[in-house]
Design a protein around this ligand. Structure first.
Ligand code: EPZ
Length: 419
């Protein structure tokens, strides 16, 4: 199993190119199932999760080709609507093929995704929303069996909580339903907006973009198009956090400051100088020790849960103390015990953590537990004195394209070692 060996104490400087967003590429790939003519998706990040979903879509009979950062697909010859557990268990966002398969073929059999380290990750809201459009849903032997006589019917969907995946699934079903669907309490993440933009380019009729109420007027057919995946706002925030953590100056390119304003404001509260360009962001923390800042994770446009572990790591070496509240997932503090092994002072009470900044972290062997927690350990190792060995870094390969190369490009001493 691969590990990272990181020698800390280096101030990161330079430019890093941001890739397409994992959490946009996944729903956009699922939406390719809806196209009756060939389509092309560019700026697709080369990640384990993306490769898993490409494999699953190929298994449906879609002619799909993934070269470099471009995926081409021809979904005119889909010959089955079955998404097997073997693939879905490794990548829970596979559940996103349910809505498009049901909308286009009237039936689908998709494995229930397992939970993961950060929570049970149920999909009850996805299923409730599809039933509101007339789907008959049965869950049996770990699979969702969904079918509808004729076409799905437009209807009223109200989510009990903001759900990114639920909003994406119902959007990809409603676009081919007969009639108008209103989706209330819809997620407003930039990845949803990206999906809406591509669906409209394919011929869908959707109003309310960027709001919490989406109105979809169903059409009979959707065609392929050419589309580019939006920049990854979490990867952007993660590399800017590396500059804050090491007292450096990093410029992230091929990104968009509007995607992560709540995060940028927290970096400024920490004392960083943040400069925003059209498609770049620079964070300068040279000669400064960040101030620990409190924050609470909330749905977009507020502070994203996917940046919680990374900002907690910066707080761990910050001046003063701060409270971190995780309101989205029930178990997203798995990085705390690992950061504590490196000398962090963090007290957890339920979904709140009080972080008291320390001058220096010290290297220690640690273990990655989930994707974003892994990056927080990398951040801690970059700032710690000595050599840190991080185990189970397969978690990080799921969501960060070429992480060693990108960090080495900023001066980091990091290498992948196989045990
Ligand atoms: C997406 O997960 C992202 N993944 C997650 O990123 C992100 O953390 C999350 O949205 C929140 O922003 C992808 O886009 C592939 P949710 P998703 O449905 O859609 C509960 C990363 O690190 N819920 O918005 O699964 C759920 O348990 C990953 O890149 C239900 O109870 O998240 C959670 O507490 C981690 N029932 C909350 O809602 C449901 O049917 C938000 O989940 C659906 C969700």
């Amino acid at each position: 199993m691969d590990k990272f060996l990181i020698t800390g104490g280096v101030t990161l400087q330079g430019e890093v190119r941001i890739s397409g967003a994992k959490n946009a590429a996944l729903p956009l790939l699922a939406a390719m199932i809806l196209a009756e003519t060939p389509m092309t998706l560019r700026n697709v990040p080369n990640l384990m999760d993306v490769n898993t979903l490409v494999k699953l879509i190929a298994g449906l009979g879609v002619k799909i080709n993934y070269q470099g950062d471009t995926v081409t697909a021809d979904a005119s010859s889909i010959d089955n609507q079955f998404a097997p557990y073997e693939l879905v268990k490794t990548m829970r966002a596979s559940i996103l093929v349910l809505g498009p398969l049901l909308a286009r073929y009237g039936h689908a059999q998709v494995s229930l995704p397992g939970g993961c380290a950060i929570g049970s990750r149920p999909v009850d809201q996805h299923l409730k929303a599809l039933e509101a459009l007339g789907a008959q849903i049965e869950v049996e032997a770990g699979y969702v069996h969904a079918k509808v006589d004729g076409r799905l019917k437009g209807g009223e969907v109200i989510f009990d909580m903001v759900t990114v995946g639920g909003t994406e699934n119902i959007l990809m079903a409603a676009v081919l339903a007969d009639g108008v669907t209103t989706i209330r309490n819809a997620a407003r993440e930039p990845e949803i907006t990206d999906l809406v933009h591509m669906l409209i380019k394919m011929g869908a009729k959707i109003d309310g973009i960027d709001t919490d109420t989406l109105v979809v007027t169903g059409v009979e057919h959707l065609n392929g198009c050419e589309y580019a995946v939006v920049a990854d706002r979490i990867e952007t925030g993660s590399y800017l956090a590396a500059a804050a953590m090491t007292g450096g100056c990093v410029k992230t390119t091929h990104t968009d400051p509007n995607l992560l304003e709540a995060v940028l404001e927290k970096f400024e509260e920490m004392g960083a100088e943040v400069t925003r360009g059209d498609d770049w962001i620079e964070l300068d923390m040279q000669g400064k020790r960040p101030k620990a800042v409190s924050f609470r994770t909330l749905p977009h446009p507020d502070f994203p849960t996917d940046m919680q572990a990374q900002l907690m790591a910066v707080n761990a070496i910050g001046r003063g103390f701060a409270t971190v509240s995780e309101t989205i997932f029930e178990n997203r503090f798995m990085h705390v015990p690992e950061l504590s092994r490196m000398g962090a002072n963090i007290q957890v009470e339920g979904n709140d953590a009080v972080v008291t900044g320390v001058e220096k972290l010290s290297a220690a062997p640690v273990m990655a537990t989930d994707l974003r927690a892994s990056f927080s350990l990398v951040l801690a190792a970059l700032a710690a004195e000595g050599e840190t060995l991080i185990d189970r870094i397969y978690h990080i390969d799921r969501g960060y394209e070429q992480i060693e190369e990108k960090l080495q490009g900023l001066g980091a001493k990091i290498k992948r070692v196989s045990s």
